[in-house]
Structure formats: C-alpha cells, structure tokens
Ligand binder design. Structure first.
Ligand code: ADP
Ligand code: MG
Length: 346
C-alpha cells in the first residue's frame, strides 16, 4: 500500500529529471566592441549557459583574429601586404577575402574592405572616443584616392594572399559581424538548438521560431532612440542596419560618419541608414553598408546586383525608401509613421 502510493511521486520526479522546463534563455555578451544578445528558445538553463559560453569563446577568438588595429593575424597580414610580401591567412580570413571580393564587385566597389588605410586616416582605428578631432587634410585623402587600393588587387592561392597594391589594408568592419553571427547560429544548430536569435549591435540572424510564431525584432531608429520598425524574421534569415549615426566624429559642427565612400575618400551623408534582410548575414551586413553609399539614385541597382530583394533606406529628410516586398514586412513603430517612397520590386 505504502509502496503504491509512493510510486506516482517517484515517477513524476523522474519525468522532471528527464525533461526539465524548456523555456526562453537570454544572455548578453560584450564582444566586437558591441553588445551581443543571445536568445534561445526551448532550452534548459543548463543548455543555454553552456551554449552561450561556447559562443563567447568563439566570438572572442574571432575578435582577436579579425581585429583591424590590435595585434593579431589580420594586423600581421596587413603589415605583410604593405611590405609587398605574400602572407598566409587563416581559413576565416581567406573566406572573408573571397566573399568580400565578390560583394565588392557586385556593389561597384562601394563595399570594399581594402580601404582600411582610409578608415585609419579618418581616425576610426581607435578605441578612444573620436569627437573633436580634425578630419584628415584634403591632400592626404587625395593621395589615398590616387592609390586606389581595392579588393581586386588581391590574389589568393591556397592560403597565400598577395596584393599588387601596397596601399591595400584590410578592414572587415562592415561584414565581420554578419559573418560572425551566421557562424554563431550555425554552432547553435550543431549543438541541437534550432530556435535562436543572435543580435550583435543591431545586426542579427534568426533560426527557427519562438514558440509557435516567427521571431519578431526591432530595427533601430537612425535618429534618436528606440525602434523605427518591427519585422518578423523567417528561419535562417538575417537583418542588418548600417548608418552613419552608429559611429562618427564631430568637428566644428560637422559630423563625419564611419561609412566612407572609396570613390571620394569622404563619408557618405545622403542616406542616414540602410536595412537589409537576406538569408546570408554577411551579405546583409555588407549590402547595408554599400546601400548607405549608393544613395537615393543608385541604391536599387546596387541592391539588385548584390542579390538583395528586401531593403529599406532612410534618407536625410527622414523619408523611407523601399520596394513593395519590404513594405509588406515592416511595421512602423509609433503613431506617426514616416513618409514612405515606395519603389519598384528589386
Ligand atoms: P556597423 O559596424 O555600425 O554595423 P557597418 O557594417 O556599416 O556599420 O561597418 C562600418 C565599418 O566598416 C567602418 O567602421 C569601417 O571599419 C568599415 N568601412 C567603412 N566604409 C567602408 C566601405 N565603403 N566598405 C567596406 N568597409 C567600410
Ligand atoms: Mg555592414
């Protein structure tokens, strides 16, 4: 009698032991000079903690490997290229170079990670706050533009990289986050976590769903705080926003943004932000940067060339430019939606 009464309790405990509560797990890391939010659905706390610790280690290793100015593999590669020497690159760096060569061509050179020398000239290779520093002289910028370093100058054989132009200095700041976040969700998937979102400073990739609905995310407002719009991300879909509001220098009342036009050597200013949704996070990240520079006149052509069908631009006057397919995806936040200029399908 006593035994029979005790059985259900033991059974219930065993069940609880086998399948502890599955729920939302959220954690925040600081890597790549930015906050990374990891949200996992349908995991135990223990699984969540182990997965995030794994991602943190990986992000930290990538941060060292791809850093454009702190000592590490990319800084060494850049030093060799500047000396006119061939140098070995890590597998990730080889992949980033190959991917960037394609995206650079497709963007007519607007996205070009060979412009590290120019980014440095503008003072963005620094951990310190920039505000107040004088911009580079016209002569210094003209001298850089005359050397025209580009991704086209690089050749790769195996893991050996060489440049026919010693002015090439690689800076993957416009693509690394998208690439890294995709790697992170792939790691989660391999660990058996199929419903997750990893958000690095406003650029994110989602896998699976949250409970029984798609992941819903916010797109940051380019002017001021808060979100401009909300949208739903499908399985294996990324959204990235680039803008000159993210990082800039202000000198004598003029703002100089960190997205720099390789054609002129000066930061772009017509577009304040570009948002791109794409199945490949690296493509979304690179395209968002390119579209900021493409401007109102060229952005649709550049988007098509880059294989982007879902994008949204905010211009200086606050007008939103997007194709109908993007308009169907975004839900503007607040009571007063911004003016929208609906374009042709991409
Ligand atoms: P965020 O890092 O704010 O998401 P982006 O993805 O647009 O913004 O990356 C901007 C960074 O990319 C700059 O800080 C610089 O390191 C680099 N960069 C700037 N202009 C270009 C460009 N035209 N092509 C490629 N990389 C660029
Ligand atoms: Mg980018």
């Amino acid at each position: 009698m006593r035994l029979r009464a005790a059985l259900p309790a033991v059974f219930a405990l065993l069940l609880a032991g086998c399948s502890p509560a599955r729920e939302l797990y959220q954690d925040r890391l600081y890597v790549f000079g930015t906050l990374v939010d990891v949200t996992l659905w349908d995991v135990t706390e223990q699984q969540g903690r182990a997965a995030v610790a794994d991602l943190a280690r990986e992000f930290q290793a990538e941060h060292v490997e791809w850093h454009a100015w702190r000592p590490g593999p990319l800084v060494e590669l850049n030093a060799a290229l500047a000396r006119g020497e061939a140098a070995r690159a890590t597998p990730h760096l080889v992949r980033l170079i190959e991917l960037s060569q394609r995206l650079s061509r497709q963007s007519d050179g607007l996205f070009d990670p060979a412009i590290g020398g120019l980014v440095r000239l503008w003072g963005f290779h620094s951990d310190d706050p920039l505000t107040g520093k004088a911009p580079p002289s016209r002569e210094a910028i003209a001298a850089w533009v005359a050397q025209r370093p580009s991704m086209e100058d690089l050749t790769i054989e195996g893991d050996l990289v060489r440049s026919r132009n010693p002015a090439v200095q690689l800076d993957f700041g416009a693509i690394a986050k998208g690439y890294a976040v995709d790697l992170a969700v792939a790691r989660l998937h391999a660990m058996g976590i199929h419903d997750a979102i990893v958000n690095a400073g406003g650029g994110m990739t989602a896998i699976g769903r949250r409970e029984n609905r798609p992941w819903r995310v916010g797109v940051r407002h380019p002017q001021g705080q808060g979100v401009i719009a909300a949208l739903e991300l499908a399985d294996h879909e990324a959204v990235h926003t680039s803008g000159n509001y993210e990082r800039y220098n202000e000198h004598e009342g003029i703002r100089y943004g960190h997205i720099i036009d390789p054609r002129t050597g000066y930061p772009g200013h017509e577009i304040v932000s570009a948002t791109v949704i794409h199945p490949d996070g690296a493509v979304a990240d690179a395209a968002a940067t390119a579209l900021v520079l493409a401007g109102v006149k060229d952005w649709e052509r550049i988007a098509r060339q880059m294989g982007v069908t879902l994008a949204m631009l905010v211009d200086e006057s606050g007008t939103v430019h997007m194709p109908p397919a993007m308009a169907a995806r975004v839900h503007f936040a607040g009571d007063a939606p911004p003016p929208v200029k609906l374009g042709a399908p991409l």
